[in-house]
Design a protein around this ligand. Structure first.
Ligand SMILES: [Zn+2]
Length: 124
Protein backbone atom coordinates (compact mmCIF):
# COMPACT_ATOMS: atom_id res chain seq x y z
CA UNK A 1 0.00 0.00 0.00
CA UNK A 2 2.94 2.32 0.61
CA UNK A 3 3.81 2.23 -3.09
CA UNK A 4 0.18 2.97 -4.04
CA UNK A 5 0.28 6.00 -1.74
CA UNK A 6 3.52 7.16 -3.39
CA UNK A 7 1.83 6.83 -6.80
CA UNK A 8 -1.11 8.88 -5.48
CA UNK A 9 1.24 11.58 -4.22
CA UNK A 10 3.06 11.64 -7.56
CA UNK A 11 -0.29 11.97 -9.33
CA UNK A 12 -1.15 14.93 -7.12
CA UNK A 13 2.17 16.59 -8.00
CA UNK A 14 1.26 16.20 -11.69
CA UNK A 15 -2.06 17.95 -11.04
CA UNK A 16 -4.08 14.76 -11.26
CA UNK A 17 -6.66 13.40 -8.85
CA UNK A 18 -4.44 11.71 -6.24
CA UNK A 19 -5.12 8.03 -6.73
CA UNK A 20 -2.51 5.31 -6.88
CA UNK A 21 -2.75 1.60 -7.62
CA UNK A 22 -0.41 -1.35 -7.36
CA UNK A 23 -0.83 -4.89 -8.62
CA UNK A 24 1.16 -7.52 -6.80
CA UNK A 25 1.48 -11.22 -6.40
CA UNK A 26 2.61 -11.82 -2.87
CA UNK A 27 5.56 -9.51 -2.30
CA UNK A 28 6.26 -9.09 -6.01
CA UNK A 29 5.01 -5.86 -7.54
CA UNK A 30 3.91 -6.38 -11.12
CA UNK A 31 2.69 -2.88 -11.92
CA UNK A 32 2.14 0.48 -10.26
CA UNK A 33 0.41 3.56 -11.57
CA UNK A 34 -1.17 6.84 -10.62
CA UNK A 35 -3.96 8.73 -12.30
CA UNK A 36 -2.93 10.26 -15.64
CA UNK A 37 -6.24 11.39 -17.12
CA UNK A 38 -5.10 14.97 -17.70
CA UNK A 39 -1.58 14.10 -18.84
CA UNK A 40 -2.81 11.55 -21.37
CA UNK A 41 -6.05 13.39 -22.20
CA UNK A 42 -7.75 10.08 -21.59
CA UNK A 43 -10.77 9.83 -19.27
CA UNK A 44 -10.06 6.12 -18.75
CA UNK A 45 -6.48 6.67 -17.52
CA UNK A 46 -7.37 5.97 -13.90
CA UNK A 47 -4.64 4.46 -11.72
CA UNK A 48 -6.38 1.10 -11.57
CA UNK A 49 -6.88 0.92 -15.34
CA UNK A 50 -3.26 1.84 -16.03
CA UNK A 51 -1.97 -0.67 -13.48
CA UNK A 52 -4.20 -3.42 -14.87
CA UNK A 53 -3.11 -2.68 -18.44
CA UNK A 54 0.57 -2.62 -17.47
CA UNK A 55 0.31 -5.85 -15.49
CA UNK A 56 -1.52 -7.62 -18.32
CA UNK A 57 1.10 -6.47 -20.83
CA UNK A 58 3.95 -7.49 -18.55
CA UNK A 59 2.44 -10.93 -17.99
CA UNK A 60 1.14 -11.28 -21.57
CA UNK A 61 -2.23 -12.24 -20.17
CA UNK A 62 -5.71 -10.72 -20.11
CA UNK A 63 -6.27 -12.25 -16.65
CA UNK A 64 -4.56 -11.41 -13.40
CA UNK A 65 -5.71 -14.44 -11.47
CA UNK A 66 -3.75 -14.80 -8.24
CA UNK A 67 -2.82 -11.12 -8.16
CA UNK A 68 -4.01 -8.44 -5.77
CA UNK A 69 -4.81 -4.79 -6.37
CA UNK A 70 -3.91 -2.15 -3.80
CA UNK A 71 -5.64 1.15 -4.42
CA UNK A 72 -5.82 4.36 -2.45
CA UNK A 73 -9.49 5.07 -3.12
CA UNK A 74 -12.43 2.84 -3.89
CA UNK A 75 -12.68 2.10 -7.60
CA UNK A 76 -15.22 3.86 -9.79
CA UNK A 77 -17.71 1.78 -11.79
CA UNK A 78 -15.34 1.55 -14.77
CA UNK A 79 -12.41 0.34 -12.68
CA UNK A 80 -14.60 -2.02 -10.67
CA UNK A 81 -15.62 -3.61 -13.94
CA UNK A 82 -11.99 -3.89 -15.02
CA UNK A 83 -11.08 -5.48 -11.68
CA UNK A 84 -13.76 -8.07 -12.27
CA UNK A 85 -12.81 -8.71 -15.91
CA UNK A 86 -9.14 -9.04 -14.94
CA UNK A 87 -10.15 -11.56 -12.28
CA UNK A 88 -7.93 -10.05 -9.64
CA UNK A 89 -7.89 -12.10 -6.47
CA UNK A 90 -8.26 -9.37 -3.88
CA UNK A 91 -8.75 -5.64 -3.69
CA UNK A 92 -7.20 -3.70 -0.84
CA UNK A 93 -8.40 -0.15 -0.19
CA UNK A 94 -6.45 2.48 1.71
CA UNK A 95 -9.59 4.37 2.62
CA UNK A 96 -12.73 3.05 4.13
CA UNK A 97 -15.95 4.77 3.14
CA UNK A 98 -19.63 3.95 3.13
CA UNK A 99 -19.43 3.54 -0.64
CA UNK A 100 -16.59 1.05 -0.28
CA UNK A 101 -18.61 -0.87 2.26
CA UNK A 102 -21.50 -1.10 -0.21
CA UNK A 103 -19.10 -2.18 -2.95
CA UNK A 104 -17.69 -4.80 -0.62
CA UNK A 105 -21.18 -6.11 0.04
CA UNK A 106 -21.93 -6.20 -3.68
CA UNK A 107 -18.73 -8.12 -4.33
CA UNK A 108 -19.26 -10.54 -1.48
CA UNK A 109 -21.53 -12.61 -3.67
CA UNK A 110 -18.98 -12.68 -6.48
CA UNK A 111 -15.58 -14.31 -6.66
CA UNK A 112 -13.89 -11.20 -5.25
CA UNK A 113 -13.10 -10.60 -1.64
CA UNK A 114 -12.56 -7.13 -0.35
CA UNK A 115 -10.15 -6.42 2.42
CA UNK A 116 -10.37 -2.91 3.74
CA UNK A 117 -7.24 -1.64 5.36
CA UNK A 118 -7.12 0.99 8.04
CA UNK A 119 -8.07 4.44 6.75
CA UNK A 120 -5.20 6.56 5.52
CA UNK A 121 -5.62 10.13 4.39
CA UNK A 122 -3.95 11.36 1.27
CA UNK A 123 -2.89 14.95 1.10
CA UNK A 124 -2.76 16.49 -2.34
ZN1 LIG B 1 -11.69 4.46 -11.97
Amino acid sequence: MALALKEAQAAALRGEVPVGAVIASGDTVVAAAGNRTRELADPTAHAEMLAIRAACQKLSSERLTGHDLYVTLEPCAMCAGAVSFARLRRLYLARSTKRAARWSTACASSRHRLATMRPISIRA
